[in-house]
Design a protein around this ligand. Structure first.
Ligand code: IPE
Ligand code: IPE
Ligand code: MG
Length: 229
């Protein structure tokens, strides 16, 4: 495949509707969704994608019923405990974006463990957005800048203070589940990302669907405001 994106960001949406159509609980949908992640991580690594950012839990998702929030946090903990070995042996660098301070101490411990264990790996950067909201991220960045005492700031100062500092901007933003919105995800960083919304629910998103989207991406003409000859 020609023209592979460096950074792909995915809004993993549709777990609830997937479950509802099957007559199951939303939580069952989240379980099915979380077990989809490995295939996409594996495929991304094999294709030579540098960064894969997955939207797992937004700053607004705390509004959901208590038991759903609890299940999502437990699934994330379970994911970390179960996948770290696989990620490490596949040379993946694990990172997160979002405000993780408010997460449970168990979860923070597993995140720190995964980050430190994989930090010297050289393959795919798997970046999980958890308790992530773009407005919260930008607000934290501005507060960091104020703390540093800068009075005239550049675009680079903002980039350097976002949770995504040092990562390239996403080339491609995929949203599964068919909704035409960005739901507070990477608002600054997606300025020139190509957008792909697929009706497929996240638990049905597999390697073939992913590869077809990448084929389609490779045919897009990115102009960044300029003119291509
Ligand atoms: C995405 O699936 C997972 C999270 C937001 C955590 P949803 O739970 O939003 O599924 P739908 O959109 O209700 O189908
Ligand atoms: C976006 O999906 C958040 C994640 C996928 C983690 P939502 O389901 O929360 O978004 P809305 O509420 O449909 O905008
Ligand atoms: Mg949703």
């Amino acid at each position: 495949m020609s023209d592979i994106p460096k950074h792909i960001a995915i809004i993993m949406d549709g777990n609830g509707r997937w479950a509802k159509e099957k007559g199951c609980s939303r939580i069952h949908g989240h379980k099915a969704g979380s077990s989809r992640v490995r295939e996409i991580v594996k495929c991304s690594g094999e294709l030579g994608i540098k960064v894969l950012t997955l939207y797992a839990f937004s700053t607004e998702n705390w509004k959901r019923p208590k038991d759903e929030v609890k299940a999502l946090m437990e699934l994330f903990l379970h994911y970390l405990k179960n996948e770290i070995k696989y990620l490490h042996s596949n040379n993946v660098v694990f990172r997160t974006i979002g405000d993780i301070e408010v997460l449970s101490s168990d979860l923070k411990k597993e995140i720190e463990n995964a980050v430190s264990k994989t930090k010297n790996n050289t393959g795919l950067i798997l970046n999980i957005a958890v308790n992530y909201g773009s407005r919260s991220e930008i607000t934290r960045a501005v507060n960091n800048i104020i703390k540093k005492g800068l009075i005239h700031i550049t675009e680079k100062d903002i980039c350097d203070n976002l949770d995504t500092a040092n990562l390239p901007d996403p080339d491609l933003l995929i949203r599964t589940g068919g909704e035409f919105r960005v739901s507070n995800f990477l608002l600054w960083q997606i300025a020139y990302a190509e957008l792909k919304i697929t009706p497929i629910y996240w638990p049905d998103f597999d390697e073939n669907v992913f590869k077809n989207i990448l084929e389609e991406y490779s045919l897009r003409e990115r102009r960044f405001g300029g003119v291509n000859e």
